[in-house]
Design a binder for this molecule. Structure first.
Ligand SMILES: [Zn+2]
Ligand SMILES: [Zn+2]
Ligand SMILES: [Zn+2]
Length: 430
């Protein structure tokens, strides 16, 4: 089940690199370093010279995106899984209520859609007629998942690009209003109850952000607590109440969350594990399948091999940066993230495990599943005299070998642990 997209096709350069890697005299040493980095696809090379002998080790790139490094994205997913499930243990859920919430951006205009719940269904069959620009307002096509048309507007001129950009830009602020509103609703009903959360951003095909969040209300020892159903009602109500006023090309506009709010109370452990799996999966996705640098000069937008909708999002960012520099000059540096400037994963301090605990989990996982001792970076990490040399693999062939091994290693872990441990759980399998 190896994903060949992560490897790319075997072009002549890759093949030549494979041959060079496998036949070189330093192969054994090199492969030992690759193994000790956990088969990282873009390792950081560090060297140290002691008593005239130079040692090179590979440290992990720690990139969370699967397309960049499958091995490190697995670790990132695992960390997320620990944070999520660590906040939903039976002890933490005693005298507490938890919900899983998905918050969306509102509609900015009709876009082509793939219907995951009805894959054979057509895009917008019920809608007929044309818009003022002469474009069709319905679409009878069936878009498969991954169709580049999915997420792009039926009519780019009807689509409200400015509202789209402003909502993406201010989405973290909308989240702040949301949690503030929710906390107010909760404390009015049950004073003393504390609300904590963990959330992950997912970029939709239309390039607008989504938040998937787990919210927990801790009832404490006071008599007046809050039950999961009431908490879920508040979590949905807060979404319709949250808004921010922001500068726009004509004065100010009020931004809101989308009306489509999904709230599920989390009551049993199986649900907990499933949402842990969802969130872990989302963090390893890039903003789009194509890796773009965050900074792209506006003059280069038209040269990029990306869909017209993506270009229009970028040029709207560039336009707002120029038109309203006091508020939005920073948008010019965010073309490659389509205006996203928040974090992918955030949690409130009270939600669950600390970073330290998470690193201990990680170290334990590493010790149990990979890596020979003595080769590891971890044991030497405290030494200050390692010097950075470069990063990445020497040839595409070397990378191919590392990524192939990472994918094979992942499969082995999944097969071996489906029944009872984290490798299965983080896939969200019950
Ligand atoms: Zn890596
Ligand atoms: Zn369509
Ligand atoms: Zn139109």
């Amino acid at each position: 089940m190896a994903n060949t997209n992560l490897l790319g096709t075997l072009d002549p350069d890759t093949l030549a690199g494979l041959v060079a890697a496998a036949s070189s005299t330093g192969y054994e040493d090199w492969w030992g370093r690759v193994r000790s980095s956990g088969y990282c696809a873009h390792p950081i090379h560090l060297t140290r010279t002691l008593a005239g002998r130079t040692t090179t080790i590979y440290a992990r790139c720690e990139n969370r995106r699967e397309t960049v490094c499958p091995a490190c994205s697995d670790l990132y997913a695992l960390d997320t899984w620990h944070i999520v499930t660590g906040g939903l243990t039976p002890e933490r859920l005693t005298d507490a209520a938890a919900v899983f919430v998905t918050l969306t951006a509102p509609s900015f205009g009709a876009v082509h859609a793939h219907h995951a719940d009805d894959p054979a269904g057509s895009c917008r069959p019920a809608v007929t007629g044309t818009c003022t620009h002469g474009g069709a307002t319905g679409c009878s096509m069936t878009h498969p998942s991954g169709d580049p048309a999915v997420g792009s507007p039926l009519c780019a001129d009807c689509y409200d690009y400015e509202a789209h950009i402003l909502t993406t830009w201010w989405f973290p602020a909308l989240w702040n209003r949301y949690t503030r509103t929710l906390r107010r609703l909760v404390s009015r009903r049950a004073p003393g109850v504390k609300v904590s959360f963990v959330k992950v951003m997912e970029m939709q095909a239309r390039l607008a952000p989504h938040y998937h969040a787990i919210l927990r209300a801790n009832n404490g020892s006071d008599a007046s607590g809050i039950d999961p159903e009431t908490f879920a009602t508040f979590a949905a109500a807060a979404a319709s109440m949250a808004r921010v006023e922001v500068p726009a090309t004509f004065g100010t506009v009020t931004l809101r969350l989308g009306a489509q709010v999904d709230v599920q109370p989390l009551t049993h452990e199986e649900q907990t594990r499933r949402v842990g799996g969802y969130l872990a999966k989302y963090v390893t996705k890039g903003i789009t399948s194509a890796a773009l640098p965050a900074r792209i000069p506006a003059a280069n937008i038209d040269l990029l091999p990306i869909p017209a909708h993506h270009k229009r999002v970028m040029s709207t960012l560039a336009r707002l940066a120029t038109l309203i520099p006091d508020a939005y000059a920073g948008m010019a540096d965010r073309l490659g993230t389509f205006g996203w400037r928040g974090h992918t994963t955030t949690k409130s301090r009270a939600f669950s495990t600390t970073m330290t605990a998470q690193k201990q989990h990680r170290a334990a996982w590493r010790a149990a599943h990979t890596i020979e001792p003595n080769h590891g970076f971890e044991s030497d990490a405290g030494d200050a005299d390692w010097e950075y040399v470069c990063s990445g693999h020497k040839t595409p062939g070397h990378r191919y070998l590392a990524v192939t091994a990472a994918l094979k290693h992942r499969e082995q872990l999944r097969t071996a642990h489906t029944a009872n441990d984290v490798a299965g759980q983080r896939q969200g399998e019950p």
